[in-house]
Design a binder for this molecule. Structure first.
Ligand code: SF4
Ligand code: SF4
Length: 442
């Protein structure tokens, strides 16, 4: 694609980076067929190619964002399906991230939108606040219908409807500290305990610690770790996202200095995509660029880390068929496709893949709150495809997808690592049909 930025504009490193991305696009439109919003809305401006044109026009002319571009960029899920499809290697992720920052700086959203976004940014990344909010949602749920009928307040209704009816008890894991490897040590990792996930399903991290320590890996939960910044990053709140990234880079850098790390293990693929991008996000900060590069290089999804292990024979033969839902951040964001399925099969599960696996379930961070109508259509499509597999349960590697899909089906849904922990000697995850025990667990 031809671009017409001035030398003055190209002196801005963010514009220069976006220009190189734009120049790679050859307008072929292959990406439109796999874009969930284009598939749902059939509007070229809600396709990757359409958004690329809108973003190019806005950046090239150095103008403030207007309602049209905000509408179409807000509808983008950042699912990155377009990046998997694009034959020209267009880095749509960095382009849309840049556009979101530009929108945040130059566009004044309607009051209700500003309030909802500020609420989401102030609550979700903080486990204690999020836990309180989930408690309050139980009281507010009867008002969801009223909120849905008020202009601008549909996101609040969506929040109430998405909130689980029971909030799990806090995790039994201490907030920080080391969990020693059982037997001879084969590795040392830091585990990102995360923010929303640690409240919505604390058993995911508990299962990860059990499984890794049983496999001979010391698991450290470093003090001071927090939200990876993905939620605010996707809202264009650059300073907040960079502050989160710097805090985590400092914490993990100190842990590397203390005892070395083989990996920073992440159990939510949405977070993994962002942490792997810290190297880019902090590339212009001389105090952090190198440290962020090291951290991004160490970041690994738990299934990516486990795939490199020589695993023992499973302790349980579950005899179950699992519908594996590959989160967009897993398959498109991190290109982790084969490993989770391979691990589940090796652990004794039969694995089936739902049709249209490349399409987003509509969760996409805060998308199911901020764009509830498109999100609901995508959820219905995803659930229909999953239920058509007639599997015993669903496995996935991202808490956002788990919450979204669970709100549309009665099928049990668990994190992949919980099934692996069970197969290799851990407890059976709640709600999963019983398996057949082959041998005693360690
Ligand atoms: S990130 Fe997803 S929703 Fe956004 S343009 Fe690409 S395919 Fe479409
Ligand atoms: S597939 Fe790639 S090159 Fe083709 S229009 Fe989409 S982004 Fe541009």
């Amino acid at each position: 694609m031809q671009t017409n930025f001035t030398p003055e504009q190209l002196a801005d490193p963010d514009i220069a980076h976006s220009e190189t991305i734009l120049r790679k696009c050859v307008h072929c439109g292959f990406c439109t067929a796999t874009c969930p919003t284009y598939v749902t809305l059939s509007n070229e401006l809600d396709s990757p190619r359409g958004r690329i044109y809108l973003i190019k026009d806005m950046l090239e002319n150095g103008r403030a964002a207007d309602e049209e571009i905000v509408t179409h960029v807000d509808r983008c899920l950042s699912c990155l399906s377009c990046m998997s499809t694009c034959p020209s290697g267009v880095n749509y992720m960095h382009l849309v991230d840049h556009a979101r920052v530009h929108i945040e700086k130059t566009y004044r959203r309607p009051l209700a939108d500003r309030i909802v976004r500020s609420l989401v940014a102030a609550v979700l990344p903080h486990p204690a606040r999020f836990r309180l909010a989930l408690g309050a949602a139980q009281l507010g749920r009867p008002f969801a219908g009223v909120l849905r009928s008020l202009p601008g307040l549909k996101p609040l209704a969506a929040m109430l409807e998405l909130a689980p009816r029971t909030v799990p008890a806090p995790s039994t894991l201490p907030g920080s500290g080391a969990h020693s490897a059982k037997g001879s040590e084969r590795g040392r990792v830091a585990l990102l305990t995360g923010c929303a996930q640690s409240v919505l399903d604390p058993e995911i991290n508990e299962a990860t610690v059990r499984l890794l320590t049983r496999l001979g890996v010391e698991v450290v939960l470093p003090k001071g770790e927090g939200c990876c910044g993905a939620l605010v990053h996707h809202m264009g709140r650059e300073e907040q996202a960079l502050a989160d990234a710097r805090r985590n880079v400092d914490v993990w850098t100190a842990e590397i200095a203390k005892g070395g790390l083989d990996a920073i293990v992440i159990t939510a693929s949405g977070c993994g995509t962002t942490i792997k991008d810290y190297a880019h996000m902090l590339r212009l900060d001389p105090a952090y660029a190198e440290k962020a590069r090291i951290v991004s290089g160490l970041a690994k999804d738990v299934t990516e880390y486990l795939a490199g292990f020589d695993l023992p024979a499973p302790a349980t033969a579950p005899g179950l068929t699992v519908a594996y839902h590959s989160a967009c951040s897993m398959q498109h964001g991190q290109k982790i496709v084969a490993q989770p399925k391979m691990l589940l099969k090796r652990a004794g599960f039969a694995v089936v893949e739902p049709r249209e696996g490349h399409l987003c379930c509509g969760s996409a961070g805060t998308y199911n709150i901020l764009q509830p109508e498109i999100s609901a259509q995508l959820k219905a499509r995803k659930v229909a495809n999953i239920e058509a597999t007639r599997a015993d349960l669903i496995a996935t590697g991202n808490i956002g997808c788990m919450t979204q899909i669970a709100s549309g089906t009665a099928m049990p849904i668990v994190h992949t690592v919980m099934l692996l922990d069970w197969a290799y000697g851990g407890p059976k995850p709640a709600g999963v049909p019983a398996g057949r025990v082959l041998e005693a667990a360690e």
